[in-house]
Design a protein around this ligand. Structure first.
Ligand code: ARG
Length: 277
């Protein structure tokens, strides 16, 4: 009998988050947003703070971006840029309502001395870009179809010097890559095949034959919108099925409640940008 020994090793991360003090659902730019559904801001802040504390407790460093009034989606800090090897590829939002967030992220990175590359193509940062450092020598996975435009993938490759694999998203409920796919360690991913075109599913199967495959219930519970340090996988508490699948292959699921932020169409990963040195 072959015994598979999954030795999962956590790696310390540096993250960027932005408090949801001004969070609201005032406009609808994805199918999850309902402007008539009430949002409990106090609860939103409480849940977000627990997420932040969880990351700190796991040994990670969390930087904070100052929230701005009039930018209710600014809590989704993952969308503001994409950082690889110390280089920052800036965002350019698709929707006018979020456009001003890009400058706030840029100011943060520039004040910290990061190398910032301004985009000229529409892209929503880590919402549509994921990095898998040990896969094929360091691979960027990129989504298009709803928010990020295809030319931004080529621009990111030139900015960051890593190969970018373009993946086409086909289901409006999964409008960003990070609601349908996530890196669970330095070499592997979890994804929901149904969010991608048939050809993109083929590409993912070729590149990641050992990927964890998520199902309908996992993706609808925002389970894929996770962050992992290689061992600990912080994910939405509603995604119990996905937590079980990850545990079965040696990861340590850390569930967090983020019911309020789901009303904006996001969860764990959307709130967290990774700063990769
Ligand atoms: N309301 C935001 C939007 O539609 C949610 C963004 C979620 N962020 C993410 N990284 N998927 O733009």
């Amino acid at each position: 009998m072959v015994t598979v020994n999954h030795q999962r090793v956590p790696r310390k991360r540096t993250y960027l988050m932005c408090s949801p003090e001004h969070f609201a659902v005032e406009y609808a730019i994805n199918p999850w947003m309902d402007v008539t559904a009430p949002v409990d801001t106090e609860l939103t802040v409480k849940q977000w703070d627990r997420l932040r504390e969880t990351l700190v407790r796991l040994g990670h460093e969390v930087h904070l971006l100052t929230p701005e009034r009039g930018l209710p989606d600014m809590v989704y800090a993952a969308n503001g840029a994409f950082v690889v090897d110390g280089a920052v590829y800036g965002a350019q939002f698709k929707h006018e309502q979020r456009a001003a967030e890009a400058a706030a992220h840029r100011a943060f990175y520039e004040s910290q001395g990061w190398r910032f590359i301004a985009p000229s193509e529409t892209n929503e940062g880590e919402g549509d870009f994921a990095y898998v450092p040990e896969a094929h020598g360091g691979l960027i996975l990129a989504g298009h179809g709803f928010r990020t435009e295809l030319p931004a993938h080529a621009e990111a490759q030139e900015a960051l010097g890593r190969p970018v694999v373009s993946l086409r998203l086909v289901d409006p409920r999964f409008y960003h890559l990070d609601v349908a796919l996530a890196a669970i360690d330095d070499a592997n991913i979890v994804y929901f095949p149904g969010a991608f075109s048939a050809a993109s599913q083929k590409v993912l199967a070729q590149l990641f034959p050992d990927a964890v495959i998520a199902d309908d219930a996992d993706v609808m519970a925002f389970g894929l919108n996770l962050v992992s340090d290689g061992l600990n996988v912080v994910l939405n508490s509603e995604a119990a099925g996905l937590a079980e699948k990850l545990e079965a292959v040696g990861y340590h699921p850390v569930p967090v409640e983020l019911s309020e932020l789901k009303k904006g169409g996001g969860s764990v990963k959307c709130c967290i940008a990774e700063l990769r040195h």
